[in-house]
Ligand binder design. Structure first.
Ligand SMILES: NC(=O)c1ccc[n+]([C@@H]2O[C@H](COP(=O)([O-])OP(=O)(O)OC[C@H]3O[C@@H](n4cnc5c(N)ncnc54)[C@H](OP(=O)(O)O)[C@@H]3O)[C@@H](O)[C@H]2O)c1
Length: 295
């Protein structure tokens, strides 16, 4: 079997076109433009590149977007004050603090300070708690993107054996919680694996849908995958530099070998990655729609 490639780049394009239409409609109907602020502390190149991508996309889709750059040595109190300011700013519907933060700042305190109604990253415990009880408001963006890829590829999740490799708070746990809910586009039987899992391959081989977010280059090999499985590779691993000087990336799945066994597979790059920013925009649009009295 040769897998169909799920192109996150293509799906993201479709979703973004729809978001841009909804943004224009919201502006026309209610006079509201979704506003997103991205706060970045210091000049970590990866963080700067992520934030630049988020700001560019926000502008392209017609959002009001603000980038708030803070120096590496900004105090926690100042950062908390800024968050308070944006919490009270009616033009801002989504607040994103780019992680990681420098060690002198307590990341948890900062994330907890964001108004849950503006927590478009979906990391606030109030939003993760709502997700857990099936009343989600904002899904964390990467899991949201993964589910969108499954839905738009026509993959049936109801009753499916889903195996998730990884249990981080930003990917493994939330995608597992989302797919186990008794609701549409979910209702799966979910197994979460991690480094203490005794026989990883025994679990992955049972998966109808295998979601890998381990951060280990090509850790999932063809012998670990069931014939016809749907394979979603979340991993982004830098494994060198291309002749053009760009970072050379690979996923957590041995794509070349697994694609001959899977029914669907996401590539790296161009799979889950482009969906993450897109779903951030979707969450910000939703926050603005709620604030405008809709949805
Ligand atoms: N495309 C995107 O937009 C996007 C977004 C987020 C993350 N990512 C990528 O996705 C990957 C995972 O990210 P993350 O933030 O979830 O990573 P993380 O916080 O490092 O968590 C990795 C998880 O994988 C588990 N794990 C690691 N090696 C394993 C192994 N050999 N067998 C079984 N489980 C193993 C760990 O288990 P323990 O809990 O036992 O340590 C942990 O739960 C990274 O490559 C990251 O760059 C991509």
């Amino acid at each position: 079997m040769t897998a169909r490639i799920i192109s996150g780049t293509e799906v993201a394009k479709e979703v973004r076109a729809r978001i841009a239409r909804d943004v224009a409609e919201l502006r026309q109907a209610r006079g509201v433009t979704p506003g997103l602020v991205t706060i970045i502390v210091g000049d970590n190149p990866a963080s700067v590149s992520y934030v630049t991508g988020k700001q560019r996309t926000a502008k392209e889709l017609g959002f009001y977007s603000v980038q708030d750059d803070q120096p590496e040595d900004v105090s926690e109190e100042k950062l908390l004050g800024l968050i308070e300011k944006y919490n009270n700013d009616p033009a801002i519907h989504g607040i994103l603090v780019q992680l990681p933060l420098p060690p002198h700042i307590n990341e948890t305190r900062v994330l907890y300070a964001i108004d849950p109604d503006k927590d478009v990253d979906g990391f606030h415990p109030a939003n993760l708690g709502r997700l857990m009880i099936g009343e989600a408001r904002f899904y964390p963006c990467t899991p949201f993107g993964i589910r969108e890829l499954l839905v738009r590829s026509g993959v049936e999740t109801k009753g499916a054996e889903v195996v998730v490799v990884g249990r981080s708070n930003i990917v493994g746990k939330p995608i597992s919680m989302m797919l186990v809910q008794k609701e549409a586009n979910a209702n799966a039987t979910v197994t979460m694996c991690h480094t203490a899992t005794r026989d990883l391959a025994a679990h992955t081989r049972r998966a109808d849908i295998l979601i890998v977010a381990a951060g280990r280059p090509r850790a999932v090999t063809a012998d670990m995958v069931k014939e016809g499985a749907v394979v979603i590779d979340v991993g982004v691993n830098r494994i060198g530099v291309t002749p053009e000087g760009k970072a050379k990336l690979c996923g957590d799945v041995d794509f070349e070998a697994v694609k001959d066994k899977a029914s669907f597979i996401t590539p790296v790059p161009g799979g889950v990655g482009p969906m993450t920013i897109t779903m951030l925009m979707q969450n910000t649009l939703k926050a603005a729609q709620i604030a405008a009295g809709g949805k």
